[in-house]
Design a protein around this ligand. Structure first.
Ligand code: ATP
Ligand code: ATP
Ligand code: CA
Length: 218
């Protein structure tokens, strides 16, 4: 199934989104004000055009109105990022994802019609910090200020035990939502599922509960 995307700003972040969407067979309109960037992406994206996204007329001319999802990946120029987002919102684009440079930028974007604000440097920093605090936390996804989903490698205290024996929900208040075993993923594992070496647990819960679980059991 092909869906139409536009990526505005082909820096490291926008460029990576554009490459990945294209690799997955999606239709991508790549937009940048820099000619060199457009030359770099013309053989990668379905269409690559030079345009200043703060110019409403240029965006209209590109037929941006017909695009389902627009990603604004302009980094340093916060003013251009905000202006672009306002224009896209006014044009009635249904899904607008914008990269924020800092927390103030993020607040403004949320107020002016961005559906989804991402903060890749901050979020990747958090994820890496969590994975280096503990050798067993492989990945971390923040759900709210105090809830997350983590991927933890089953440690010695878990191997050979079932979820019932470990009684994780009652003792630690967190839920094992899936178990990854190599390439297989067992979603909603049964209570009598025995954990094996190299199993990876995907656990959801409050940060303090996950932390307790991780310290005492993993
Ligand atoms: P990254 O960290 O992802 O590499 P960055 O934070 O360094 O990005 P910039 O380099 O400032 O971000 O911007 C990304 C791209 O957006 C650049 O290629 C730049 O040419 C493009 N860009 C900036 N302003 C506009 C604009 N008004 N219209 C179109 N493209 C723009
Ligand atoms: P990000 O995209 O993560 O915001 P960046 O890619 O823009 O970062 P820089 O701003 O160039 O990276 O560098 C990040 C930080 O590293 C800056 O705070 C800078 O002061 C610091 N830094 C750069 N070079 C050195 C150095 N040789 N020694 C110590 N600190 C340095
Ligand atoms: Ca940057």
């Amino acid at each position: 199934m092909k869906r139409e995307f536009a990526v505005i700003g082909l820096g490291r972040f926008g460029g990576s989104i554009c490459r990945e969407l294209s690799k997955e067979g999606m239709e991508v309109l790549a937009i940048d004000s820099d000619e060199d960037k457009i030359n770099e992406f013309k053989n990668i994206a379905s269409h690559a055009v030079i345009a200043d996204s703060t110019d409403e007329a240029s965006l209209k001319e590109l037929g941006i109105k017909n695009i389902d999802h627009v990603i604004v990946a302009i980094g340093d120029n916060i003013q251009a990022s905000i202006l672009t987002t306002v224009i896209l919102h006014d044009l009635g684009i249904k899904r607008i994802t914008v990269k924020a440079q800092n927390d103030y930028h993020e607040k403004i974007l949320n107020k002016i019609g961005a559906n989804h604000v991402v903060h890749p440097e901050r979020d990747m920093g958090k994820r890496i910090a969590h994975s280096i605090i503990s050798n067993n936390i492989l990945d971390y996804l923040e759900l709210s200020d105090d809830h997350s989903i983590v991927e933890v490698k089953a440690g010695k205290k878990l191997i050979g035990k079932t979820l019932v024996e470990l009684d994780i929900r009652a003792r630690y208040g967190c839920n094992v939502v899936a178990i990854k075993q190599g390439k297989n993923i067992n979603v909603s594992p049964a209570a009598d599922e025995t954990l094996k070496e190299d199993d990876i647990l995907i656990v959801i819960g409050a940060d303090k509960d996950i932390s307790r679980f991780e310290k005492q059991l993993v």
